[in-house]
Design a protein around this ligand. Sequence first.
Ligand code: GLP
Length: 261
Amino acid sequence: MDVVIQPTAEAAYRLVARVLAADLRRKPQLVLGLATGSTMEGVYRELVRMHREEKLDFSLCRTFNLDEYIGLPPTHPNSYRRFMRERLFNLVNLDPRNTHLPDGMAADLNAECARYEALIRDAGGIDLQLLGIGRVGHIGFNEPLSAFRSRTRVKALSPTTIAQNRSQFADPSKMPRRAITMGVGTILDTARCILLATGAAKAGIVARAVEGPITGMVSATALQLHPRCHVVVDKAAAARLKGRDYYRWTFENEPEWEPFR
Ligand code: GLP
């Protein structure tokens, strides 16, 4: 794991977009894992800008999102499919047939989870996965006590997650209580991943995820087991990391980061 600290949230979004763009230019058929949440909006804004101004080409790229609410049709204002359409899919030249999210309306949810896993496998696995982090330390919707070897499955949302996300719903009482999410094991199988967190409200959970003991209670701690995981944070979200100076030094001196400094 390495930690990249940027001075501002904007700089953190731009850095993640630049890493992604570099991978996409190197491999136009990139298999991208995508995430939702307000943190990702800045990254998608920057990718849309790069598509328009720098001809960043998504025509051969395939995408897999982490999760989707159960019971929301793709057109519902709070569905993650709608979120992705409005922030990225409709604004760049992604082929809609190449954009995948779990189907939260499937009649047989377990079969849908198995289908999603098979689709990822058939695509050759995920090359680069974007991740946000929720207040409980979840990645995707892997709530506390998610098994580290779990695959895509149905997960009941924790009270903290419900409290965090319900205000986004016009009628908060209608927020789904369950979601389909890639498992922690699915995420650990990605070739490379980036956890992005910004703002002071994330400082505590970021410190636990990066420097705390590995525990099923905080599924983001599983990323300490990932062979190639970058944690990108702004100064505010980095505030409680004990190793800040070492991480800064590594970023400044690591040849891999040179094009992004
Ligand atoms: C939701 C998503 C997570 C995401 C989290 C963070 O719960 N399922 O994948 O990490 O939101 O949201 P935000 O970026 O708004 O803090």
